[in-house]
Design a protein around this ligand. Sequence first.
Ligand code: FAD
Length: 450
Amino acid sequence: MASFRKPCVVVGGGVAGLTSALALRRAGFGVRVLESDDSFNVRRMGVPIWGGALHVLDRLGLGAEIRKRAVPITQCEIASLTKTLSVKQRLSKVVARFTLEEYSQGSAADAYVLDRAELQQILMDALPSGTVWRNTRFGGIVRAPVGAPAQSLQQLLTVQVLLKNVREPLRVETPLLVGADGKRSLVRGHMGVASTSQMRYAGFTQWQGMVDLTRLILENRMTRQQCLETFESTTAREIWGQGGRFGYMMMWPGMLYWYCTCNAQSNEVFLRPFKPKLLERFRDWPQECIELIQACDEATIFRNNAYNWASSDLLSLRGEREMMRMPTFRGRAVLVGNAGYSFTYNMHQQTCLAMEDAFALAQLLSQYGLKDNIALRIYSEDRIMRTRAHGRSAARLVGIARWEYPFLLRLRDRILDKVSSHARLRKYLSLIGFFEAGDLPISPISREGK
Ligand SMILES: Cc1cc2nc3c(=O)[nH]c(=O)nc-3n(C[C@H](O)[C@H](O)[C@H](O)COP(=O)(O)OP(=O)(O)OC[C@H]3O[C@@H](n4cnc5c(N)ncnc54)[C@H](O)[C@@H]3O)c2cc1C
């Protein structure tokens, strides 16, 4: 097993950073995590954990804990808005439904929903205290002085670390810098592979919130019976309408996580309060959507904008595709999770991808060490392959879900109705990111080497 004398530096204490730290430690490396926040001020929301990510958590010894705390998903449903003449409110009609058991042909396929804050806490608790340096910001990679031997650059990186309330930055030497600092990654900027200024608002936004179902009942918004019938505890449900989607799933018994996505101009919907704007947007959607928005406190509704990548070359219009081919490492610096050109199309896949990245990287490093950067190269190539296919299909899904013209919506419903349930199931599961354990992004080369 490979090992370095100095610890690896992981920038960012989100899901990607903590999983990287854990996986690297399990693979025998020393790790320091730099986190700019003083506490883990995590926005609470439901995170679906699909097969590949569960496999990672199992391998890290956390699978049992996750299963204990999370709510299983056994069924996914897509419903479409239908017009009714008699009532103002629209109803929804299920156009696709499938169980995960059907997909796994008998043996129960595992998928769960968990509170993101809880996931982060579980990861954090599994690390020895002192691994994460809070209130500590990555300030940049210190360039080697002109004339320094090129060899030394390959061996160690010097990283500038800024501690809160301390004027003088620290300099820390590390054999490996892992950028897990989110979609506006500073590490990525310092690696010089892509600039955050290339990120463009993609024309749609996601909002999300959590609702205690007893509140719906106590406020007479819905009866207990209506709640039981509408919010089936192990079904992930998504309603597709004109230019938007509304989905919900149980996060823990009695606590529902909802999200909605819609086309929006950049200046239209970004400012709080979100609630009145969402109620206006979704006013003729099914009653449960309105009630869920109504029952949420404004402060607990969060927004997450979708971004595209513009081309670095102004003459090229193929920025997004270009980004999907960009390497996620340079020298001894490597990107994981959202820092590595997150595609924000299908937001429910980001957390799973972050965990899979972290695990794949640690596995490759334990196998190849840092010799000639083979591990980083394989990691980067595998990730490109995986995210490219996923990004393309997710873009297609989101594109279709954003349709606004009524005749296109009718066509969409017809297609969903006609496609066989098995084909729909496979397509949908690949879109939301249900990867089987064997599909983890480890290249054939590394598999052979095991
Ligand atoms: C509002 C919102 C809703 C979302 N909804 C979902 C969802 O429903 N499902 C889902 O799967 N994903 C969702 N995501 C995405 C998801 O939360 C994460 O993006 C995903 O878990 C990947 O995490 P990450 O660790 O790569 O990045 P992040 O979670 O962004 O973590 C990056 C960390 O790096 C730290 N950091 C940044 N810069 C520095 C620096 N210079 N020095 C030190 N530390 C630094 C930050 O403080 C942060 O803790 C959502 C994101 C947002 C913002």
